[in-house]
Design a protein around this ligand. Structure first.
Ligand code: NAI
Length: 330
């Protein structure tokens, strides 16, 4: 048995938090040899609901679950945390414009970044799920300047998994047959799914699907607007699939990505593919021994390059707005 890993979930009483906690407790994230301690952070009004989730976690009698703490205090929630899944965020309410939303979330992620800096374990790895995820992750990172920047990620794995699933369905194969695809840019509808180097089994995606119009049109639109389609069908936003993607992301971070494949992550850029340094945009990456490396040297067709630049420009615009609001260093 490995040493226990302490995991903080913010927004633990919400829809994604509810789905996440049980997958983590059952060993779905870190495997059957790693006990887990959960720290569940909520706003005061939702602490009671989170306590209900904690009661259900106890009732699950999970052998790996060592300890659960529910709190509305960020200091206690991040105390000694090795991993953090930052799901809690302010939803957009009627009458709120983009900058109101950014300001409300900026305040949350600024405070939580400081709490991470002061209280988390030295090996803290943080994944921001709450939207706007990429910019919230940038705010979190800026509030914890002493923690290495590459430890702050935003969730793009759901976009990645959606792209894999669409390709697998179209080709009539299981999702496990699809490899080497990724999604560039922002977790928004400007995102850019890229299949140029993708494979389905041993064939290239383009040969296996043999429908350029679908790959360059409907496929891209379906992946980029899937969130809205789920809301339309379910009357609520993606929850279990988002939790599952967050689990995939953290599992790969801890245990490594599949041999011969890569996935999509968003972490502060080190200038790869001309993405400005520090910008938290989706890129292809491989994880080994707890460290990620971006897959470099992929050729980008000019039309793809333009779309990536547009999505990155959107991210920079969000960061500039956050800087104007005083919640992100310019
Ligand atoms: P939800 O509304 O069911 O739950 C959010 C929870 O966060 C609530 O229980 C709320 O009380 C809590 N919360 C709010 N402020 C908090 C704070 N300062 N500290 C701790 N907890 C706080 O929402 P749901 O469905 O769980 O979604 C959560 C977030 O994830 C949303 O921002 C959503 O847009 C985002 N999301 C991101 C995806 C991605 O791929 N990056 C995919 C799907 C959703």
């Amino acid at each position: 048995m490995n040493a226990p890993v302490r995991i903080t979930i913010t927004g633990a009483a919400g829809n994604i938090g509810y789905a996440l906690a049980f997958r983590i407790a059952s060993g779905g994230m870190l495997g059957a040899d790693t006990p887990v301690e959960l720290r569940m952070l909520e706003i005061p009004q939702a602490v009671r609901a989170a306590e209900g989730t904690a009661m259900e976690l106890l009732d699950g009698a999970f052998p790996l679950l060592r300890d659960v703490v529910v709190t509305d205090d960020a200091t206690a929630a991040f105390d000694g945390a090795n991993m953090a899944l930052l799901v809690g965020a302010m939803p957009r309410k009627a009458g709120m414009d983009r900058s109101d939303l950014l300001a409300a979330n900026g305040a949350i992620f600024n405070e939580q970044g400081k709490a991470i800096a002061e209280n988390a374990a030295d090996d803290i790895r943080a994944l921001v799920v709450g939207n706007p995820a990429n910019t919230n992750a940038a705010i979190l990172r800026a509030a914890a300047p002493d923690v290495p920047g590459e430890r702050f990620h935003a969730l793009m794995r759901l976009d990645h998994n959606r792209a894999v699933a669409q390709l697998a369905q179209r080709a009539g194969v299981s999702a496990g047959e699809v490899s080497r695809i990724h999604v560039w840019g922002n977790h928004s509808n400007t995102q850019v799914p890229d299949v140029a180097h993708g494979q389905i089994g041993t064939k290239s995606v383009r040969d296996a699907i043999a429908d350029e119009a679908w790959l360059d049109g409907e496929f891209v639109r379906t992946v980029a607007t899937r969130g809205a389609a789920i809301i339309d069908a379910r009357g609520a936003s993606s929850a279990a699939s988002a939790a599952s993607a967050a689990i995939d992301h953290m599992r790969d971070w801890a245990l490594g990505t599949r041999e011969g494949d890569w996935v999509t992550i968003a972490r502060p850029s080190q200038g790869e593919y001309g993405i400005p340094e520090g910008c938290i945009a989706g890129v292809p990456a491989i994880a080994r021994d707890g460290e990620w490396s971006v897959v470099t040297g992929l050729e980008l067709a000019p039309a793809l390059r333009q779309r990536i630049d547009a999505s990155v420009a959107e991210l920079q615009d969000e960061s500039a707005q956050a800087a104007q609001l005083g919640i992100l260093g310019a």
